[in-house]
Design a protein around this ligand. Structure first.
Ligand code: BG6
Length: 498
């Protein structure tokens, strides 16, 4: 992959906090290696790792090499060999003093001109303390005409109140324009393609509204269970892990009004307007009717038997944490009022698929095709975010033969038809943060608004004494989820291929 000149990092030091951790080794270093491989990291970009684990510069360089598979990336070799490492506690001022010295040396050696991107790859409880320490050490304010940014990854708080507290901590050192909040779903090629689909074509816009659309379904389904992350997941659950961020981000891009430009703020303004148009479920009866949670139990086949959530390591054997959520939302604005938006996510479902589907209203004269068309699924436009990235339009077509029979057919577009490869989501977000393009990052007001949508449901579930509905691993969730949509005379789409 070649990069355009404007998709190349400017001179700067990338500082990774949590440099000895899992996220760094699994995601950040491999993404940096690929960026180095196609020339996006010129020699004026340097890496500094910070973590508690004692390590020398050379050992950190080795960690950089060990975390990637390629062994013929010359620039990566150079990058890893020049990497620096600062060991110390995140709340110890001496750590930041040593960091300041190393940064000054980098400026001198690499010409990084005081530009820094601080990447917080630590557990979230450390975001606030690190930001405040950077502020106190004078490492958060840009010098001269340069830039200093902070990159943080979800969870952005645990509810609206804690999100505001985190915001206050970050804001003690950084202004909003310096803060880049990652949602890796926004960096997925197909999610970005939503913008091209909607605004680079004139054919879709006229039907993108309540006149033509019957309902929208967003599915984020995973086949995996919580695996080794039980401890983390126990205090998180599917609502906080997926709905508050990934689902609501995809939903807002799919349904927002056209922005006045592709400028980051114009897009983010429209996204937050859309989130504000979602009336949070409020009364208990309304929540009970429109939000369903579930938890997986043992399931699968004899050959592939999967443990139940409560049997996973680190999980309370009586846990009521949800691993599945289904909700019916409504966007109350000119375009969407009256169109139900069904969202669904879960672990240990039968397929790994993320898709956004728009089902269209049925034609008014179905009796024209007696005995055939009534039973057909509605026409639909399906954006497959993953896997098998692409788009399909489902419609009815006559089956060849003497009889007049209608069957569903589809027009398909697959990303495989491009020669170019999609960059990995982390490659995309790291490079955007280095370049300073905030389009794919979440603004503080979006975070707060998303919490306002999910908080009442979480509060209701916390006080709900009925047992959490269960579903067998490798099934599509509890029967309550089916009932939620069946009540409206509709069904969930069960596979991206429908
Ligand atoms: C993460 C969640 O944000 O997204 C995980 O914390 C989840 O629980 C993951 O598995 C899914 O991401 P992807 O890119 O594999 O769909």
């Amino acid at each position: 992959m070649n990069v355009d000149a404007d998709r190349r990092s400017p001179p700067c030091v990338l500082v990774i906090f949590g440099a000895s951790g899992d996220l760094t080794a699994r995601k950040l270093l491999p993404a940096l290696e690929r960026l180095a491989g196609y020339g996006a990291l010129p020699p004026e970009v340097a890496l500094v790792g910070v973590a508690r684990t004692p390590m020398t510069d050379a050992e950190f360089g080795n960690l950089c090499r060990r975390s990637v598979t390629s062994d013929d990336n010359h620039r990566w070799e150079e990058f890893a060999a020049a990497a620096r490492y600062v060991a110390g506690d995140y709340d110890d001022p001496a750590t930041y003093q040593r960091l300041a010295d190393v940064l000054a040396e980098c400026d001198h050696r690499h010409g990084t001109a005081g530009n820094r991107v601080h990447y917080f790859a630590t557990p979230p409880r450390l975001f606030g303390p690190i930001a405040m320490s950077l502020g106190k050490a004078g490492l958060s304010a840009p010098v001269g005409g340069g830039f200093v940014r902070a990159v943080v990854e979800k969870p952005f708080g645990w509810d609206e109140i804690s999100a505001r507290e985190l915001y206050a901590d970050l804001s003690s050192a950084f202004v909003e324009e310096q803060i880049f909040r990652i949602d890796h779903y926004l960096a997925k090629e197909t999610v970005q393609n939503l913008l091209a689909l909607r605004f680079a074509n004139s054919v879709f816009e006229p039907i993108w509204n309540r006149t033509w659309v019957d309902n929208v379904q967003i599915t984020v389904a995973e086949t995996l269970g919580v695996g080794e992350r039980g401890g983390f997941y126990e205090s998180t659950g599917a609502m906080r892990d997926i709905v508050q961020n990934h689902v609501l981000q995809v939903l807002s891009l799919f349904l927002m009004e056209p922005p006045t430009s592709f400028h980051a703020e114009a897009i983010r303004d429209e996204k937050v307007k859309l989130l504000r148009a979602i009336q949070p479920l409020d009364a208990e009866a309304e929540i009970a009717a429109n939000a369903v949670r579930g938890q997986y139990t043992r399931g699968g086949t004899r050959e592939d038997l999967m443990p139940g959530y409560r049997d996973e390591p680190g999980v309370d054997p009586l846990s009521a944490t949800e691993t599945f959520v289904a909700m019916k939302l409504e966007v109350q604005n000119w375009r969407w009022t009256g169109v139900p938006i069904y969202v669904r996510t879960g672990k240990r479902l039968p397929a790994r698929l993320t898709e956004v589907a728009m089902e269209f209203r049925r034609p008014p004269q179905l009796p024209l095709f007696p005995g055939t068309a009534e039973g057909l699924d509605p026409d639909a436009l399906v954006v497959r975010v993953q896997p098998d990235e692409g788009l399909s339009l489902r419609f009815g077509a006559k089956v060849p033969g003497h009889a007049f029979r209608v069957q569903k057919a589809s027009m398909d577009f697959s990303y495989e038809s491009f020669d170019e490869q999609s960059p990995d989501a982390y490659e995309r977000v790291i490079l955007d943060a280095l370049i300073g393009d905030p389009t794919l990052f979440i603004r503080a007001d979006e975070v707060a608004r998303s919490w306002r949508i999910v908080d009442p449901v979480m509060r209701f579930w916390a006080g709900d004494e009925r047992p959490i509905p269960l579903y067998q691993a490798a099934s599509w969730g509890p029967s309550e989820a089916g009932a939620l949509i069946a009540r409206d005379g509709r069904t969930w789409r069960h596979s991206s291929r429908r």
